[in-house]
Design a protein around this ligand. Structure first.
Ligand code: DAH
Length: 357
């Protein structure tokens, strides 16, 4: 090997020996074999050598390249092993340490409230029924005994979608009540279902959002009375709000799909917002005995079957339970709000928290 090549080899060996970590090692590798590396340059210049020396020089260079490549690789293995040994020596796992708090994410108050509703009515034997957000006019209105031009339609600030032909245009469902119809068309009584889902109305302020959530219930059997309705809803409200003696008032009202219809109020203190005492009443949900015409619209004989239904706003009861003053942040995805009002995902949804008090 010519002197310049021996010298290069010695230099690179020395550089590899002083490279004590993989970064330094990589710098040596690039400086030798990289595109602008010293050996690469020599190989590139081979063509400039006098023709009679070219062959010999080429062989020597290739030999050197092979040798250096092997040396460099060997050093990599050596350094990697040393690094691993160092980590094994310093890193220890102590299984007795308590888990460190981690950013695990939080359950949104709406999800939590829906879980609580499902747990409570689930314990009463209700299954969950579902329906689409885009509904036909018939499902959302007519089948529920809300005929065309009925003022109840105007009450609900409906979002209409483009229609086809001369059929009434589809709507974004203004209530979860159409799922009552879907359930009665698909199943025969007895029926016990709740519906929890998104609903839409063209309305937007501190207590109204164009998209919100409702929970609906439908219970049909042979001998159900207003007494069953009252018992089920009082039980639900006292369990949900965790106040065993929560005052509950039934006030006669009107809904097209129930007869008689009742609005349900709970006792609270209007001034302080405290629930359960204070002498004031707060409207919380609508309910009633299912209208015979609604049963008949679904092919169910109202002389044989009767029952009750109810509907309420999920955000509204969540706001009341947790003292959340404004509806809008529910849908703003602001992490600071969620960290304040969110729920630990590992905490179970308790069914009977505080029924006794
Ligand atoms: N659908 C009604 C609304 O959105 C709420 C409601 C009232 C639902 C009475 C019912 C019911 O099932 O029986 O305002």
């Amino acid at each position: 090997m010519t002197d310049d090549l021996s010298q290069l080899r010695a230099e690179i060996e020395a550089a590899l020996a002083t490279a004590t970590d993989l970064r330094a090692w990589d710098a040596v590798r690039v400086a030798t074999l990289g595109r602008n590396g010293s050996l690469t340059a020599l190989l590139r210049d081979l063509g400039k050598a006098p023709p009679d020396q070219r062959r010999e020089r080429g062989a020597a260079l290739n030999q050197l390249k092979e040798a250096l490549t092997a040396l460099i690789e060997a050093r990599r293995v050596e350094l990697q092993n040393a690094e691993l040994d160092a980590r094994l020596a310093t890193e220890r796992l102590d299984p007795t340490l308590p888990p460190r708090p981690r950013d695990t994410g939080l359950i949104h108050p709406i999800s939590r409230t829906m879980e609580e509703i499902a747990a409570i009515f689930g314990a009463m034997g209700c299954a969950i029924a579902e329906g689409p957000d885009v509904e036909s006019d018939w499902m959302n209105f007519s089948a529920l005994n809300i005929p065309a031009h009925h003022p109840a339609r105007a009450d609900q600030d409906t979002f209409y979608l483009p229609g086809r032909g001369n059929k009434p245009p589809p709507v974004l469902r203004t209530q979860t009540s159409p799922v009552q119809i879907r359930t009665m068309l698909a199943q025969s009584p007895p029926i016990r279902v709740i519906v929890i889902g998104r609903t839409y109305r063209a309305d937007h302020d501190a207590t109204h959002s164009p998209m919100f959530h409702q929970c609906e219930g439908l219970i049909l059997d042979r001998d159900l009375t207003l007494g069953h309705l009252k018992g089920a809803l009082i039980d639900f409200l006292r369990t949900f709000f965790d106040i065993g003696d929560l005052p509950v008032r039934f006030r006669s009202s009107y809904f097209p799909f129930t007869e008689p219809s009742m609005e349900v109020d709970i006792g609270w203190n209007r001034r302080t917002g405290e629930l359960g005492r204070g002498g004031d009443w707060l409207e919380i949900l609508g309910s009633g005995m299912v209208h015979p015409r609604v049963l008949a619209n679904c092919g169910i004989d109202p002389r044989e079957w009767q029952g009750f239904a109810w509907g309420m706003g999920v955000e509204r009861i969540a706001m009341l339970k947790h003292g959340i003053p404004d509806l809008r942040p529910f849908f703003e995805s602001d992490l600071r709000w969620l960290r304040h009002y969110g729920f630990n995902p590992l905490a179970p949804t308790m069914l009977h928290e505080g029924v006794e008090r």
